[in-house]
Design a protein around this ligand. Structure first.
Ligand code: AMP
Ligand code: ZN
Ligand code: FE
Ligand code: FE
Length: 280
């Protein structure tokens, strides 16, 4: 049986792997296909597509947009869109600039607490367009200001800690529209983590195409519950590891077994959407 991993992060957001390493890891796991889903970014897609092509692995373009619906943070995965779509790129650039301002604000708060970190040090370490709290945490560790990422989050960066800054988010409907108009399918990420099932009917109404049933942090029972929900709402089923690089010394990539046939259905839906979008 062939397996896929449709939820992976790279150094273009808060993961650590570069394109070649991702392709190498995918090959080691004997995956038939992968998608790159960096937070609010598509920067790593062209390079990963190339590395996957060289390694004989099917690549699906992807992203994980940060959205908010009824006060809940939602992550919306986009798949199979055109990474050169002008509106998608403009909007993503806007969200990335908001992320960069947020890093500056977190650093300013740290400085007020007499923690001498510079925004430049965070940006240099992040070396990508979509920096976030993990990069601030890593920079604190690199500068010897915290002993570990956990300490950085616990003391400063967790919600309601002194250097925490809320994140601006687009609405769920906006995220769906942005992905659709770029020719992609939109999927609710790890619903079992957010525990916000009440938003699902409204999101389906708004055009959401699928739901991530298989995820590292979903138990077998949770996966089963979302598979039934997907069936009830006629939604596509996706899944992936949400690998960010090494986790306790081991990468998560390939550890969630997602059968390839789910990707066939996803691609068929993407093709239908693209055909419907063409002028008749
Ligand atoms: P951001 O999108 O900038 O708010 O950062 C969120 C990311 O921070 C999440 O995707 C996690 O990967 C990471 N994160 C959140 N809490 C912790 C923690 N306590 N320790 C390490 N990483 C964390
Ligand atoms: Zn992440
Ligand atoms: Fe997520
Ligand atoms: Fe993720």
């Amino acid at each position: 049986m062939a397996f896929i991993d449709l939820h992976l992060h790279s150094r273009f957001s808060d993961g650590t792997y570069g394109p070649e390493e991702l392709a190498t890891q995918a090959r080691r796991c004997e995956l038939a296909a992968i998608a790159l889903t960096d937070h609010d970014s598509v920067e790593g897609c062209p390079g990963t597509a190339q590395a996957c092509a060289a390694a004989g692995i099917e690549f699906i373009t992807g992203t994980e947009l940060t959205a908010e619906q009824d006060g809940n943070e939602l992550h919306i995965l986009g798949y199979g869109f055109d990474t050169r779509n002008a509106r998608l790129l403009t909007q993503i650039a806007k969200f990335q600039s908001v992320r960069q301002d947020r890093v500056r604000e977190m650093v300013a708060r740290l400085n007020r607490l007499n923690v001498p970190l510079s925004a430049e040090a965070v940006f240099a370490l992040a070396n990508c367009q979509a920096p976030g709290r993990p990069h601030v945490a890593r920079a604190l560790v690199a500068a010897g200001l915290c002993a570990s990422m956990d300490e950085a989050f616990d003391r400063f960066l967790k919600k309601h800690r002194p250097a925490w800054v809320p994140k601006f988010k687009m609405s769920g409907a906006e995220a769906l529209d942005l992905i659709h108009q770029a020719g992609g399918v939109a999927v609710l990420a790890h619903p079992g983590l957010n525990r916000t099932d009440e938003v699902i009917p409204g999101m389906v109404e708004a055009g959401m195409d699928g739901i991530e049933c298989f995820h590292t942090k979903h138990s077998t029972a949770t996966t089963q519950r979302y598979l039934e929900l997907a069936d009830r709402f006629h939604l596509l089923v996706t899944g992936g590891s949400d690998c960010h690089g090494l986790n306790k010394g081991k990468p998560l990539i390939g550890t969630v077994e997602v059968p390839y046939h789910y990707l066939e259905k996803l691609k068929a839906r993407a093709a239908d959407l693209a055909a419907a979008a063409l002028p008749h």
